[in-house]
Design a protein around this ligand. Structure first.
Ligand SMILES: [Fe+2]
Ligand SMILES: [Fe+2]
Length: 331
């Protein structure tokens, strides 16, 4: 599906007003200052622009982690394609998985323009040198998980991704507009699976509640621990716009009422909205679990990386064929 906003024309380098930081007569410090001013005024940075090393590295790390998460995120759902209960569900799940792999492709393209070859990004991922989101290190045990992942994991992700549409890095912000459009369809698919289950038999209702009980902890960890706004360099460079806690609060504000409306029980006795403070209170997420999981020690981390390695090896012939240097036919 195409988001009309994603079709905004991108100006060619010679059509854009030349940003001040391109002036080769400036000292490095003057260029750096002009770049900071540019970003802080809400203007975009393009792939061909001069940029400070720290900015390049931070955007690359951020986008690469996002791309890795899209690619690894399909594995928990992939397990359920053959077990989908109806043809309609199988088609919807397959389409979602194709979308997610497409997101990974788009994001690796954005990341490789910043100087890291795609091949290197894939080998760093399968060697465990780079990370992917905590939620994709867990097993999927029932069809209820398919609904909870597509609805709530995608919802927690879209809360963050919507804010990334305003990222200072132009190629990333434009890519996020297209991705958010597709993610909103994934959420509708996930909610439909969950609504169907809660309106089904007692067993189906119990299945979705049990899935929510297992996923709530990882969901609350997903945006990461609180960190002071002034110390966050990704916020300084306007690569992202919101802190971890702002994203978690936004997720709770939107989705707690929707879960309760379906009669589901949120497995946190401490969860409540504090009217005086104007924010949600909740049991402190298990940050040690988050650290363990994202460093490759989650219940499915090694199995999923092993699958990616196998897949990478088995598709080596495709890459070598596509990338082969054409040989001129003999005269
Ligand atoms: Fe996605
Ligand atoms: Fe998605």
């Amino acid at each position: 599906m195409t988001d009309p906003l994603a079709l905004e024309p991108v100006l060619a380098p010679d059509e854009r007003a030349r940003p001040l930081f391109h002036d080769p007569d400036l000292t490095h410090e003057e260029r750096y200052e002009a770049f900071v001013q540019h970003v802080h005024s809400g203007l975009k940075v393009e792939a061909t622009d001069w940029m400070p090393d720290e900015y390049r590295q931070n955007v690359l790390r951020f986008v690469e982690m996002h791309a890795n998460s899209e690619l690894m995120g399909v594995l928990p759902e992939r397990d359920w394609i053959m077990r989908a209960p109806t043809l309609k569900r199988k088609l919807a799940l397959t389409a979602k998985i194709q979308d997610e792999v497409g997101h990974a492709q788009l994001l690796y393209r954005v990341a490789e323009d910043l100087g890291k070859p795609r091949e290197q990004m894939i080998t760093d991922l399968i060697d465990g040198k780079t990370k992917f989101h905590n939620v994709f290190h867990y097993p999927t045990k029932s069809w209820g998980d398919v609904g909870i992942i597509a609805w709530l994991v995608d919802a927690a992700a879209i809360v963050a991704q919507q804010a990334l549409r305003e990222s200072s890095y132009g190629p990333y912000s434009r890519t996020m507009k297209k991705i958010c459009w597709e993610e909103s369809v994934h959420i509708m698919h996930g909610r439909d699976v969950v609504v169907t289950l809660v309106n089904g038999t007692d067993n189906q209702r119990a299945m979705v509640q049990e899935a929510l009980d297992r996923w709530w902890g990882p969901l609350m960890q997903m945006h990461g621990p609180r960190s002071p706004r002034e110390k966050d360099r990704d916020l300084f460079w306007r690569i992202k716009a919101k802190t971890s806690e702002e994203l978690r609060q936004e997720f709770l504000t939107i989705y707690v009422p929707r879960l309760l409306e379906l009669g589901l029980v949120i497995p946190d006795p401490e969860l409540r909205f504090d009217d005086a403070a104007g924010e949600w209170r909740y049991t402190e997420p298990d940050w040690d679990e988050l650290r363990r999981v994202v460093t490759g020690h989650g219940p499915m981390s090694q199995e999923r990386l092993a699958f990616r390695r196998l897949n990478y090896d088995e598709t080596a012939w495709v890459r070598s064929t596509v990338l082969a240097v054409p040989v001129a036919p003999a005269a």
